[in-house]
Design a binder for this molecule. Structure first.
Ligand code: TXA
Ligand code: MG
Length: 372
């Protein structure tokens, strides 16, 4: 059952992170304390929050998003004291890691204390915790006075929201309030890691790069790349659910999404062939152009049924092939924008797996209807 679309007149309040005043947070804090849910900004994507001390709020999060009940939520904290109440013990290396990367786009699994309601963790004995760096998010949690459980504030299965408008588009009428704190600067969700496994495992690549984590945890394993015993080529995806959420279809636009993964397929000639196939069928094609080395043919750029989103690196002359930070920041917003333009097919040029590329390709592979 999902929350009725007309339960609320959804309000949006703008809060400037450079000029935080406690008064601006009063409506949001009152709603949270009364067991309601609130959309709020983080540096990764927007979240839909409820206090863990109000389990009825957590039920409303699942309803509003239409989220499967076996997919646990991340608990957001504003300081280290809050962590103590949530967890029974710290895994080896956790303190050092969290002190280095919090506040920021890192989520760590801990053995949960009885204080964390079962509905938050979907019955698991672990709780995923993160301290966001967005000042509006931290201030909200601090003033509410308790940890905030929050998934991304999109309808389940859709691309995550990186602006307050995206949240409004998906959840209007279903939630009372959205705090607009500007565009999320990273654009992909947090990196989730499990330190209790030996070796420690990266469960979901995200806003904190694998390369940076590896400097502190050299043995960190990347499940998606396959373990040493697998015959898969480096970079090959093994479909193995590692965190409950990963078995569901995710991040998908309404359009049929084609991911061009093989670098060999990323030539102007090949891309034109793909475009022609759909152009001949009179389809409205959306195109996410990431490769600075390829000049898209004029016939693609000029066609009235085709919409191109240009995410190529600025300054063509010394351009690298792609700008992974830019692609990560704009990915979900681009998918949403092309959906809104009525694109029936979206073609996205994949990027390399380095840095932000790992999270970008992880999201695209899950969202894609076809991978070439
Ligand atoms: O950046 C983010 O992480 C955003 C912002 C709002 O903080 N949140 C977010 O939440 O992406 P969500 O619910 O969309 O994704 C949480 C992921 C899911 O894949 C879920 O299965 C996993 O974290 N997760 C949560 N608790 C877990 C647990 N105890 N064990 C394993 N995986 C867990
Ligand atoms: Mg999500």
């Amino acid at each position: 059952m999902s929350r009725k679309a007309d339960s609320f007149k959804t309000q949006t309040i703008k809060i400037d992170r450079q000029q935080l005043g406690d008064n601006q947070f009063i409506p949001a804090v009152e709603l949270l304390r009364s067991g309601e849910v609130v959309g709020f900004p983080t540096e990764t994507v927007y979240g839909l929050g409820g206090l863990i001390t109000r389990p009825e709020a957590i039920g409303k999060i699942f309803e509003a998003k239409n989220r499967p009940p076996d997919n646990p939520l991340i608990v957001h904290i504003s300081d280290f004291q809050m962590l103590d109440e949530l967890v029974l013990e710290l895994p080896r290396g956790a303190e050092k890691l969290c002190r280095k990367f919090w506040p920021g786009p890192l989520t760590v699994l801990f053995k949960k204390s009885p204080l964390v309601p079962e509905i938050v963790t979907a019955g698991l004995s672990t709780v995923a915790v993160r301290m966001p760096s967005h000042q509006v998010a931290r201030k909200l949690i601090e003033l509410a006075g308790a940890p905030v459980a929050a998934p991304s504030a999109n309808l389940s299965g859709r691309p995550s929201p990186t602006t307050a408008e995206h949240v409004y588009h998906d959840l209007k009428g279903k939630i009372p309030l959205i705090i607009d704190g500007g565009k999320s600067e990273l654009g992909v969700e947090s990196t989730v890691i499990d330190l209790d496994r030996d070796p420690p495992v990266l469960l979901r690549p995200g806003g904190l790069n694998y390369e940076e984590l590896q400097q502190l945890i050299p043995q960190l394993e990347l499940v998606e790349r396959g373990s040493k015993n697998d015959d898969n080529l480096p970079g090959e995806l093994i479909e193995r659910p590692t965190t409950p959420g990963l078995k569901y279809k995710h991040y998908s636009p309404k359009a049929y999404l084609i991911l061009i993964e093989k670098p060999m397929a990323r030539t102007a000639g090949y891309l034109t062939k793909i475009w022609e196939k759909y152009h001949q069928k009179e389809k409205r094609v959306g195109w996410i152009h990431t490769s600075g080395k390829i000049e898209l043919p004029e016939e693609i750029k000029q066609d009235s049924r085709t919409s191109v989103v240009d995410l190529t690196p600025a300054g063509k002359l010394d351009s690298r092939e792609h700008d992974s930070k830019l692609v990560a920041r704009e990915l979900f917003a681009s998918l949403r924008a092309l959906d809104n333009k009525g694109s029936e097919v979206i073609v996205v040029e994949g990027i390399g797996y380095e840095k932000e590329g790992l999270a970008v390709m992880n999201r695209l592979k899950k969202a894609a209807s076809e991978i070439i």
